[in-house]
Design a protein around this ligand. Structure first.
Ligand code: SAM
Length: 294
C-alpha cells in the first residue's frame, strides 16, 4: 500500500514542496491522522461497487482512502493551486477524477451521469469547508441526486443542529430540512488536533442515510419548508405568533391559521421546537389552501 498522505510529516513535506499556504477563506483545514480517515471512510460502508463524491480534496488526504475502498472517486476542488499537488500525490491511483469547480456552481447530476456511469451505490464523503457547510448540504440534498447518503465532517455545532430531535434546544428548521430527506446521526466527534491548521471550533462527522420512505408526505415541499422556517423565526414566540408574523398577510389571517392549527391537532401556544416533522407536514397541508398563490 502507498504511504499515507495524511501524516503530519508527509503533509508538511508536500506543503513545503509546493510552497502552499492555507487560505482561511476557503476553509482549508487538512486532516493529518490516517486513523481518523479510516474511521470516516468506514462509516460510508463502501465497496468496489460503490462510488464516492468528495467536496474539497485539499492535498488528497481523504481522497486516497476513498480510492482504496470505492470503485471510483470524483472530487470537486475550487482552489486551482491544489491541482498540480493532487496530480502528484494521487498519481498512484487510477480511479480518481478531480474536477476543478466550486461545488455550489457545479452540475453534480451531470457529473454523476458522465463520470460515475454504471455506479448505483453513491456516497458523498467529505471534510467540508466549514464556511459553506449548510449551502453545500442543502444543494446536495435538494437536487434529487441518486445518493445513498453522506458522511461529512463539519462544525460540531452544525452537526448537533442537523441531528437534533424535537424538544431540544438545537432542533430547528435545519434539522427538519435535512431530516426530511435523510436520517441523521453523529458518527464521531473529532478533536481539533487532527487538523492542520487547527480550526477554532470542535468538529463532528455526520452520517446521513436516505429514508426508504419519506417521514412525511406533503402536498407542496416549498410551502412545507416556508412553514418550518416561519415557525422558528423567533424561538421564544408561540407557533401562532411566528406564523402570523412570517406568513404572507399572516396578521390578517389569524382565524385561518387558528383553524389550520386546530385541524392538525396543534395547540396555538406551543413553540416550533416542540413540533415533530410529521406535525409540521400536517400543519403545512392544512395551511396551504389559505396561502396558496393564485
Ligand atoms: N479533504 C481535505 C482534508 O480532509 O484534508 C481538505 C478538507 S478542507 C476542510 C476543505 C477543502 O475544500 C479545501 O481543499 C478547499 O480548498 C475546498 N473548498 C472550499 N470551498 C470549496 C467549494 N465551494 N467547492 C469545492 N471545494 C471547496
Amino acid at each position: 500500500m502507498n504511504k499515507d498522505i495524511a501524516t503530519p510529516i508527509r503533509t508538511q513535506e508536500i506543503l513545503k514542496k509546493y510552497g502552499f499556504s492555507f487560505k482561511k477563506s476557503l476553509g482549508q483545514n487538512f486532516l493529518i491522522d490516517p486513523n481518523i480517515l479510516r474511521n470516516i471512510v468506514g462509516h460510508a460502508d463502501l465497496t468496489k461497487d460503490s462510488a464516492a463524491i468528495e467536496v474539497g480534496p485539499g492535498i488528497g488526504a481523504l481522497t486516497e482512502h476513498l480510492a482504496r475502498e470505492a470503485g471510483k472517486v470524483v472530487s470537486f476542488e475550487i482552489d486551482q493551486r491544489l491541482l498540480p499537488v493532487l496530480e502528484d500525490t494521487l498519481s498512484p491511483y487510477d480511479n480518481i477524477d478531480i474536477i476543478h469547480s466550486d461545488i455550489l456552481k457545479a452540475n453534480v447530476k451531470e457529473v454523476i451521469d458522465v463520470n460515475l456511469a454504471g455506479y448505483e451505490d453513491i456516497m458523498v464523503v467529505a471534510n467540508l469547508p466549514y464556511y459553506v457547510t449548510t449551502p453545500i448540504l442543502m444543494k446536495l440534498l435538494m437536487e434529487d441526486l441518486p445518493l445513498r447518503g453522506l458522511v461529512v465532517m463539519m462544525q460540531k455545532e452544525v452537526a448537533d443542529r442537523i441531528s437534533a430531535k424535537p424538544g431540544t434546544k438545537a432542533y430547528g428548521s435545519l434539522s427538519i430540512a435535512v431530516q426530511y430527506y435523510m436520517s441523521a446521526e453523529i458518527a464521531m466527534i473529532v478533536p481539533k488536533t487532527v487538523f492542520m491548521p487547527q480550526p477554532n471550533v470542535d468538529s463532528a462527522v455526520l452520517r446521513l442515510i436516505r429514508h426508504d420512505e419519506p417521514p412525511v408526505i406533503v402536498e407542496d415541499e416549498d410551502f412545507f419548508f416556508t412553514v418550518t422556517k416561519s415557525a422558528f423565526a423567533q424561538r421564544r414566540k408561540t407557533i401562532l405568533n411566528n406564523l402570523q408574523s412570517q406568513l404572507p398577510n399572516g396578521k390578517a389571517k389569524k382565524e385561518e391559521i387558528l383553524a389550520a392549527l386546530d385541524a392538525s391537532g396543534i395547540e396555538p401556544n406551543r413553540r416550533g421546537e416542540t413540533l415533530s416533522i410529521q406535525e409540521f407536514g400536517k400543519l403545512a397541508d392544512c395551511l396551504l389552501p389559505h396561502f396558496k398563490k393564485s
